[in-house]
Design a protein. Sequence first.
Length: 474
Amino acid sequence: MAASANTDSTVATPDGSVERIVIENCAIATVDAHDTEYASGHVVIAGNKIEAIGAGSAPENLKNVVRRIDGTGHLVTPGLVNTHHHFYQWITRGLATDHNLFNWLVALYPTWARIDEQMAYSAAQGSLAAMARGGVTTAMDHHYVFPKGAGDLSGAIIRAASEMGVRFTLARGSMDRSEKDGGLPPDHAVETLEGALADTEATVRKFHDASFDSMTQVAVAPCSPFSVSTELLKQGAELARRLGVRMHTHGSETVEEEKFCHELFGMGPTDYFESTGWLGEDVWMAHSVHMNDSDIAAFARTKTGVAHCPSSNARLAAGIARVPDMLAAGVPVGLGVDGTASNESGELHTELRNALLINRLNPVHREAALNARQSLRLGTYGGAQVLGRADNIGSLEVGKLADLVLWNLSTFLHSSIADPVTALVFGAAAPVTASFVNGKQIVENNRLITADEDAIAVSTREEAQRLARIAAQG
């Protein structure tokens, strides 16, 4: 069995046809509507799309084949889709490790309020590198901290994603409820209602690309019920729908949040969101841990999506989301890393395993909560649904964009597990031999080829230390 992909760089004579990459002799999990799988099959990439997929060898007489990859010992899946993250937190990892959500926010907001453009860029590089090297082909970042005078934070984050070659959604966040208003962020870390809306609209108009093969999209994303005003939520929803973009926020993450909503608004988070226009097929929520039957029914009725973040939920002792019940009701659910100050690994492929294991701790469903293929679907097609991109990514199908991963299952860590999907989800984190985004390779033999990992290690360490010094000075 080949431990790495072999290549033949023979290039056909130019004839006007698109360049093709052929991957053969690999197991394939398409994650299509029928969960079609091939024990040994092929994938043909033509330009930035999937041209052919099936059992056995690729079709003969293909023109303009620029590369052939022998995938023996590998599993090919759709690229992983991350649905919730906070990139800036890469430079504050390992702090407040024994706190619940509210205490953790109180401990870290004074530091986060000191970030600037260079810190945001470096942290985005670290966050993106961890995900991309682990099979993520579509990333998102919910950035909501915009200190006065910090520079162009949104532009820096989008630049980092573009350079990495990862498909990307920026959820342009905002906060206008500071400590003086009964919120948690310091006063200088929040925006005005008018400023947040204006800057969010400017970011959408400058960066959002609605095309089929878009590499950059923008969502409107006020931070959370306890850090934004009701008016920001309402006007944010109106803005998003006027501009035709998606909407994202945190919801029902902790019991403290539920108590806060009842005390301040006289209703639970889901009813509050519905009253402000924040349920719908163009909306997805992060976490949704504390959901009753009525809440789940409302999400299912409105097709509101959920970003399930099992490691972060465990790290902050938030609880176990009712993912099996959501799926049974028809709620779109994807996986999220969440910020790396509450999930220090920063990797999404480990969330495939953690989602399965943590949901089995639910006393209602136990071992029937999730299986390996359901978990893989959460991390691929489910994420594409949540981001509104299920028509072009999330499964391996002819005509979809060529975002896919070759997982090496031939090493001793996986070679004795007969079923490749079980090996990927239940086993140790599998090495990525190759990862393609939009038909272009970004990972080769478990190393990034679009960024210098060693340089990122240096810059993120330096920026973390710089931020710590500035925060210590008050």
